[in-house]
Design a protein around this ligand. Sequence first.
Ligand SMILES: CC(C)(COP(=O)(O)OP(=O)(O)OC[C@H]1O[C@@H](n2cnc3c(N)ncnc32)[C@H](O)[C@@H]1OP(=O)(O)O)[C@@H](O)C(=O)NCCC(=O)NCCS
Length: 287
Amino acid sequence: MNYCIEKNYRNNDALRASFNRLAEKTFGLNFENWYQNGFWQDNYIPYSVVIDGDVVSNVSVNACNMNYKGKIVKLIQLGTIMTDIDHRGKGYAGALMKEVIKDYDGKADGIYLFANDSVLEFYPKFGFKEAKEYQYSKEVTISGKCKVQNIPLTNKTDFDRAAKILDTNNQNAQLYMVGNPGLYMFYLSQFMTENMFYIEECSSYAVAEMEDDTLILHTIIGNGAVDEVIRAFGSQVKKAVLCFTPKDTDGFEKSELHEEDTTFFVQGKFFEENYNEEYMMQAITHA
Ligand SMILES: CC(C)(COP(=O)(O)OP(=O)(O)OC[C@H]1O[C@@H](n2cnc3c(N)ncnc32)[C@H](O)[C@@H]1OP(=O)(O)O)[C@@H](O)C(=O)NCCC(=O)NCCS
């Protein structure tokens, strides 16, 4: 069948609508609000097989530059990998994977993605290798009250403010994404609108959630020390689980990360050189 590959077409309303229909059908996800809020920028690039104007298969490239131990590393993360159920098994997703890998050959330090359990045999066909991630946590005893201030994320003004905070501050982590607030905002403007906090004592922000007496800390934006930020959530917190890798891991318990339907696959120089390093990709930057 005749098909063409379309890339980076976000401002084409008809193709974007078709892409959203397929994403909705495959994953129950729709990127339209994210687009309308201005967060779908040049660092989210769909590569799609289009037949008669319809997107039937897609692999999206997320340009994810990282600050890793103070140095900038150019990574790309693949996501929204899907083929319409009526068009599977025709080589479309494979053709897109090859096209992406060809386009970024020599231009990225590494490529990674998170696979669900039904496709674990798919990615090795394109040079990907399974890798481990490690998570840090600790039990805590805190005597003070909760001192964090919730930052409302209810409208575009709030979202833009949060994106600017992300874009203009360091994060207190060994590994974090830079120059891509749009990907963080995918979560913060939709599924995590109640999860951003300000901690006055250390002039830092935290993205966090409480699960019973456990603080799930997604990131610290600013230079606030991890212990200081945890303490600011008060005596309700008995355990803190970090969804990023702290600069100083002393005093934390380390465990291999096992998350349902989330297998980390990698290829490229950065991942070969750091294969035995014990880090995790921030959960709120999964594409
Ligand atoms: C995974 C998916 C994108 C594959 O799309 P597709 O267009 O049917 O794939 P292709 O026809 O290009 O297949 C390329 C190769 O991968 C193989 N393959 C396809 N789906 C596979 C799967 N689920 N597991 C293992 N191998 C698979 C094919 O047999 C083919 O192998 P070959 O080149 O040796 O003949 C599609 O099944 C899908 O949309 N699944 C649901 C969404 C999903 O789970 N996406 C992954 C998110 S991490």
